[in-house]
Design a protein. Structure first.
Length: 334
């Protein structure tokens, strides 16, 4: 039995990992091309020191067999960049298909669509979700010449949206502007109900011009949470990296939520026709089921409070809207 080409246990583990990966992809580990080594490194992300050790081990094995080491830094770097670019372009095409299918109108579906479209567009840059979550408005710049978004993260990492998005029919600049319109409108009108009325009957252009209310130098979080009612936080709050990852994954799987508001009339009807357990009824075989039903009925009945609050909010919204109209139309006095 011939000795293993790598003597040290730690180095042997690296070589076996490389051999197994090559065998799984029906490729020769000895000799290996720089492109194959680059694909291996890309498929096994790790710290820089770990990747350098892997390149050194694989190169040493090649030299022991009088073969050229595939780990020339320039060659591998170019191959890694090429492989990464190809993967990003492939991802961009998939993301573009999802973005094109997002709703342009309706409430709150169109609101979620504007934010999620930007999440998917930024994901096409290849930046990790942790860096996307930390993005501020000032970290993203629109390139009107080539229709791209240029991103510079807090730690100085730079990335741009790939041309593959444009080739697939998605305009990164438009996607960015549509979300900034939401932020600008929310700055002008703090009440979500006004936004809901506009987007319910709008065609996607109802917020045009409100993007100018947001300065490109704003340091507020770019991506924010949205609750089921379409409300965003009163104070600027960043969407978490986990939430961004979940949103992107769900969209890519084709299982994104439709985002419909709960129907108040359905809740009312459910409350009126619910079966109530009789007080003092003796215990029987259906005891546990009656307890479950009673809890369901209590939950449904309590949701009626939402309807009352909605009516109160409607009236308050109308008063706020009337007041804003009066302020905007009032003559100025010099």
């Amino acid at each position: 039995m011939s000795p293993h080409p790598v003597a040290a246990v730690r180095e042997r583990h690296t070589w076996i990992l490389f051999e197994d990966w090559c065998a799984a992809h029906e490729q020769s580990a000895l000799p290996a091309t720089p492109q194959l080594l680059a694909q291996f490194l890309y498929a096994h992300p790790a710290a820089t020191a770990t990747q350098q050790r892997r390149i050194a081990v694989i190169g040493a094995v090649h030299r022991r067999h009088d073969l050229a080491a595939p780990g020339c830094s320039d060659t591998v770097r170019a191959a890694v960049d090429s492989a990464r670019s190809a993967r990003i372009d492939e991802l961009a095409v998939r993301l573009a298909v999802v973005i094109a299918q997002l709703p342009a109108a309706g409430w709150p579906a169109a609101l979620f669509a504007r934010r999620d479209a930007l999440i998917l567009t930024l994901a096409a840059t290849g930046l990790p979700y942790s860096q996307l979550a930390a993005l501020r408005v000032c970290d993203v710049a629109v390139d009107p010449v080539v229709d791209a978004l240029h991103v510079e993260t807090v730690d100085g990492t730079r990335a741009s949206t790939p041309a593959a998005l444009i080739d697939a029919g998605v305009s990164p600049a438009m996607v960015y502007r549509r979300w900034i319109e939401v932020l600008g409108f929310s700055d002008r009108y703090l009440n979500t109900r006004i936004l809901a009325e506009l987007m319910t009957r709008g065609d996607g252009t109802e917020l045009a011009g409100y993007d100018t209310r947001i300065s490109p130098a704003e340091r507020r979080p770019l991506l924010t949470p949205i609750d089921r009612w379409g409300h965003t936080p009163l104070t600027a709050t960043a969407l978490s990296a986990r939430a961004i990852a979940d949103i992107a994954a769900v969209h890519l799987r084709g299982g994104a939520s439709v985002h419909r508001l709960p129907d108040k009339q359905v809740r009312s009807a459910a409350a009126e026709h619910s079966d109530e357990a009789t007080i003092g009824e003796p215990l029987g075989s259906a005891y546990h089921q009656r307890g479950i039903d009673a809890r369901k009925n209590a939950h449904t009945t309590l949701t009626e409070a939402l309807s009352i609050l909605d009516d109160v909010e409607d009236r308050a919204d109308r008063l706020v809207a009337d007041l804003l109209r009066l302020v905007e139309t009032a003559p100025t006095v010099d």
